[in-house]
Design a protein around this ligand. Sequence first.
Ligand code: ADP
Length: 474
Amino acid sequence: QLYLSQANYSPNKCKDVEYKPIRSVLVANRGEIAIRVFRACSELGIRSVAIYSEQDKMQVHRQKADESYLVGKGLPPVAAYLSIPEIIRVAKENRVDAIHPGYGFLSERADFAQACVDSGIRFIGPSPRVVHQMGDKVAARQAAIEANVPIVPGTPGPVTTTEEAVNFCREYGLPVIFKAAYGGGGRGMRVVRKMEDVEELFRRATSEALAAFGNGAMFIEKFVERPRHIEVQILGDRAGNVVHLYERDCSVQRRHQKVVEIAPAPNLNQDVRDRMTTDAVRLCNHVGYENAGTVEFLVDEAGRHYFIEVNARLQVEHTVTEEVTGIDLVQHQVKIAEGLTLPELGLDQSQIKIQGSAIQCRMTTEDPAKNFQPDTGRIEVFRSGEGMGIRLDSASAFAGAIISPYYDSLLVKVIAHAGNLPASAAKMVRALREFRVRGVKTNIPFLLNVLENQKFLTGTLDTYFIDEHPELFQ
Ligand code: ADP
């Protein structure tokens, strides 16, 4: 496999970067993120191309692109967006210069990045080699060790037997966390606090990972108690330049999945911030990271930070960084893929500044009163919150939209930007209260409870917050 090759790469060596304009972009994705990319293309004067599954025939993302093509005829809903040969064929037939993978689906698949490169299509993201390395939690940790970035103690390689799991727990002590070695999105994860639970939880995590990612291999890590999840946004170019766009706090999580994100992280010691951003840049320099990416850390109560993973793609919560820095990440992704360097794009670290505070809420069609069960059906009434400092990124948020059970339940990303955290929270609360959604249940009541919570407002919450506050579900 070509993407495993290190042959042409030497860290920190500046190569001459060839500039090749991108005139058309296909987005190998759906929903709000496809639209987000089409908007950037439109503003850059670039032709945009959508793909859609049979189930998505009526979806708005088709309409927001200049052209759209059906893929995965006869395939199940998700599989359509994973059919690499077909997506490449559509791209080639329609003379597409570049493919943006969005998030989820094929976004972290090195074989997809490689298939694009092999077909002479630019992949808007890191090189296949880096996508591969970062997608493998064990390899990514190895890179962090080499770059002298602190990590949580963990297994040196993937673990496949309960015996190895038991041995690790005996040696390092509990609690530990099992993670799918080749997974993401919180699936295949189990926190283990008692020795007698090790075998049972290992088996469950393994079978969940196998079902979700086709590989049951686990990776075991010491569990950090009461951590905050703080991540650093990175942009790198092909010449080896890397800058950071500061951090986001994503500690408001349900089942290890983010619900509300904030930029910058409130109540974060400046030394800790400096260490994290410097470490993130050093790691990306070390691996030759190109395009947008995120380096995720856990920060413990003592303010120590530990690398957990790199997401080698655009993230759902990239919006809050855009709001506080004023930098359009997606446009920059395209420009970097054209071969422009960060200096050519005017991105100098000393010029990247944070203004105010931004919050993103993931409004979903889930019922908080029924354990966040996804709701489906037709949206009968839809009015959104608007006004100064409010940004909405959505796809099927309008009266008449049909919410299907086929894809994730994200309805609209609501982003509020104001001078500081209390002000952006007040703006968010005001906007959430303006929403009227009838026909499907949403998590708005839950989001309001979070935003009005004192811990949220003072920026003092950790990843235990939602679990420890069941009253938020009322
Ligand atoms: P995924 O790829 O599934 O998103 P991550 O490694 O990013 O998984 O972890 C997701 C979340 O799980 C983190 O934000 C954190 O809340 C929790 N988590 C992961 N690793 C640890 C750990 N070692 N200790 C404590 N919590 C952890």
